[in-house]
Each structure stands twice: as C-alpha cells, then as structure tokens.
Design a protein around this ligand. Structure first.
Ligand SMILES: [Fe+2]
Length: 229
C-alpha cells in the first residue's frame, strides 16, 4: 500500500472514530463528582469549590512571596503533606501545602495510585497557548489564583485542526472551533480532571484545552497532578 493510500485510510479511520464518540463535561459542588470520570462519555469532571477569603489572601501572599515557584516532585498520599510543606518552606503557607496534599490523596485514591507527579508553578505567561489534548490517561488541574484553564466541548472541536492539522494557523484561523462562545473557561479554585488521549478507549476524545493568555502584570498559581512519576 503506498503512503498516500495509507494516509487517507488513517485519516478516514480517525474521522470515523472521532464522529462515533460522544463526550460531555460534568460539574458539581462536591468532590464526589470526580468518580464520574469513569463514565466512558465523560472527558471532564469539575469540582466547583470556592475558597474562603482567608485562603485567597494566603494564596495571593504566596505568589508575591514566591513568584519563582516551580515545584516538580513525585509524592505519595503518605508523604505529600510533609514534602509540600518542605518545598514551600514557610509555615505561613502550610494551608496551601495541605490543600495540595489533600488533592494528592483524592487523586491517588480515585485511580488507585501509589504515587503522583505533582507540579506547582507560578506562571506569568501562557504555558500551552494552543488548544491540545494531553497524551496522558487523566490529569488533575487547579488554578489557585489568576486566570484559569480554557477548554472546548468535544462536539465543538474539529479535531483535524489540532496539532500539525492547523498547518501553522492560529486556533482562531484554523477552524478548530466555530465561535468564540464555544470556548469554556474554568474558574480559579475549581479542581478539574481532564481525561486524556491515553485513557483506554479515549483516543481522539481527550479533552481539548489550553492555557489562557495571562494579562500583563498578573500571574497564575497552577497545580497539576499526573499518574506515577
Ligand atoms: Fe495540557
């Protein structure tokens, strides 16, 4: 079979798979919503939590105190609290370390993991400005402060325009989505589970998302958790 026929066959297969899959987002006010990620047709589960005024102040103080934060560690539910307190390195911010460690416990419990890869960073610009789906089974993302992650509903995405399919055009120009109103925005403080391309049966259906443009002189405090290391 020559390469043109093979490419056309692969493209047809991808279109058929993409069309056949239906995916939806679920949201709720309790972390129990996370168990819905196990539904085949769910590729995003959002816990719509809210912070107290005291915790918001603590987070804002933290990014002023540690604007260069870039933590990348492998943690277990048993050691996440002590490791995060040590990484953050100031008892004034213990509540932030403890919040992150509680998310580690939830994440590991939900997916029966012994360890998770944790990254916490202060970001002053967009880390992944183009829409994409992650090549992971599932990733937890939360923005403690600043502008939060943007995403597209599965039905609103023309997946042929992802990656090299955009042929160098911006997402706005390429036809990846039809209307600006299709772009959904998470809120800071919300915790999201983004199902990726490597989740079994989820190829061509991973949640499409991007880092938002960070307004001038602002920043974000972002936490992500991944399977294993
Ligand atoms: Fe991503």
């Amino acid at each position: 079979m020559n390469s043109i026929v093979l490419n056309n066959t692969n493209a047809l297969k991808r279109r058929t798979e993409t069309r056949a899959k239906v995916r939806r987002a679920v949201k709720g006010g309790h972390p129990e919503i996370f168990s819905d990620i196990y539904h085949e047709d769910v590729n995003l589960a959002v816990w719509q939590r809210q912070f107290s005024a005291e915790f918001k102040t603590l987070v804002n103080d933290f990014v002023i105190f540690r604007p260069d934060t870039s933590i990348s560690i492998v943690v277990s539910p048993g050691d996440a609290r002590s490791m995060m307190r040590r990484e953050i390195g100031d008892p004034r911010f213990n509540d932030l370390a403890d919040d992150a460690s509680q998310l580690v416990e939830m994440f590991c419990c939900l997916f029966d993991l012994e360890q998770a890869g944790l990254r916490m960073r202060v970001l002053g610009d967009s880390m992944c400005p183009k829409f994409h789906a992650d090549r992971v089974p599932c990733r937890l993302i939360t923005t403690y402060c600043g502008i939060a992650t943007e995403w597209l509903p599965h039905h609103a995405v023309n997946r042929r325009k992802l990656g090299s399919g955009s042929v160098g055009q911006s997402d706005q120009e390429s036809g990846l989505y039809k209307r600006e109103a299709d772009i959904q925005k998470m809120a800071s403080s919300e915790v999201a589970l983004l199902k990726g391309e490597e989740w079994q049966g989820n190829r061509h259906a991973g949640l499409v998302h991007r880092s938002p443009a960070v307004p001038l002189k602002q920043c974000r405090l972002l936490l992500t958790l991944d399977f294993g290391s």
